[in-house]
Design a protein around this ligand. Sequence first.
Ligand SMILES: CC(=O)N[C@H]1[C@@H](OP(=O)(O)OP(=O)(O)OC[C@H]2O[C@@H](n3ccc(=O)[nH]c3=O)[C@H](O)[C@@H]2O)O[C@H](CO)[C@H](O)[C@@H]1O
Ligand SMILES: [Mn+2]
Length: 358
Amino acid sequence: MKRLEMLRHITRLHILAICAFFLFLLGAIYIYSGHFWALERFCPTLVINPPPQVIDTSSTWKIGDLTMQPGLKYAQPSTQKGRTDVNAVTNWNVPLVWEGTFDPAVIDAIYKKMDPRVAVVVFAVGKYTRFLKGFLESGEKHFLVGFRVNYYIFTDNEKDIPKIELGEGRKIVPVSVPSANRWQDVVLGRMKWATITIDNQIRNEADYLFMMDIDSVFRNRFGAESLSRLSAVLHRGYYKTTRDNFPYERRPKSMAYIPHGEGDYYYTAAVWGGYLEDMYRLVRYCYEQSEVDAKNNIEAVWQEESHLNKYLLYNKPTKVLSPEYLWSDYDQIPQDIKVIRISQLVKNYAEVRPNGGN
Ligand SMILES: CC(=O)N[C@H]1[C@@H](OP(=O)(O)OP(=O)(O)OC[C@H]2O[C@@H](n3ccc(=O)[nH]c3=O)[C@H](O)[C@@H]2O)O[C@H](CO)[C@H](O)[C@@H]1O
Ligand SMILES: [Mn+2]
């Protein structure tokens, strides 16, 4: 009897102790998960991965620059008629440029008056020198014809730069860069070498700068309608896609991280341009962010394109160019693409890249 009572007593004590232990455990889990949640939630955005700095706009684009000489003949612009199948303005109220939304005569008159010096930065490393001839020859027919253009050709093999007859005020400037074993290193290395070369040289020789892929040709006018403080091209593959399906970098560990639920457009890194200093800041930003990623043992899913997209989400471009400005020979041409200005060529990725792959 006594033993039984003792047993009951012990059992009660036990139950109390176990309850207290579980209460303690629950409390600990609650506190720990709270911290964990806070870390997860705040580290990627505030500590590890801050949104890019808003750029200083003081030195650049002025609407007053849009002057035109008297006497120019051109069709009267309409307030009623225009493209109705596409949106020609962004929700931050800058042009979204499509064929039929500008008059080349007017645009050229305005920008030729300013006579800007335009730098084109292209890389032709390894076997990519084979694309130079087609790119340059077609560029002379269609790219800012009548304007001053320097093609800066970054290559590991200057001998392979073809001799091309260039228009007046246009020239080829070779820039020597090392070879690479991984295509990813060339693609990302563009940001590093362009940053260095703008600092050392291009800054004194250009007002506008374009970064372009070399594996492409010009097919139609790519003119002054593309010029602005910062102009970016809609990626042909995603211009009708909902934002959560954009191929943004989705891993919080990368500096290029963009959470779901955010985003305007998905821009291509194969053609982008703008005022020299604004482009410099953006190229350097992509370089520095990719360096931070490298230190953290991560590479953004689409290399510099991922960093570019992050920057342009929080620092809106002053012109958005339609996919006319970079289409692709891989793709059918839909109704809304009236003109193809540059087309990316079909290439054998495995054959042309040092480490194959796509
Ligand atoms: C149309 C489009 O969205 N293009 C992007 C896509 O390019 P692509 O898949 O078209 O990549 P790509 O092979 O053209 O590489 C980009 C550029 O880097 C240069 N290059 C590359 C490898 C090499 O061995 N030698 C060399 O010179 C060359 O100028 C080339 O055009 O993805 C890349 C990153 O993954 C870049 O974001 C490109 O801008
Ligand atoms: Mn390409």
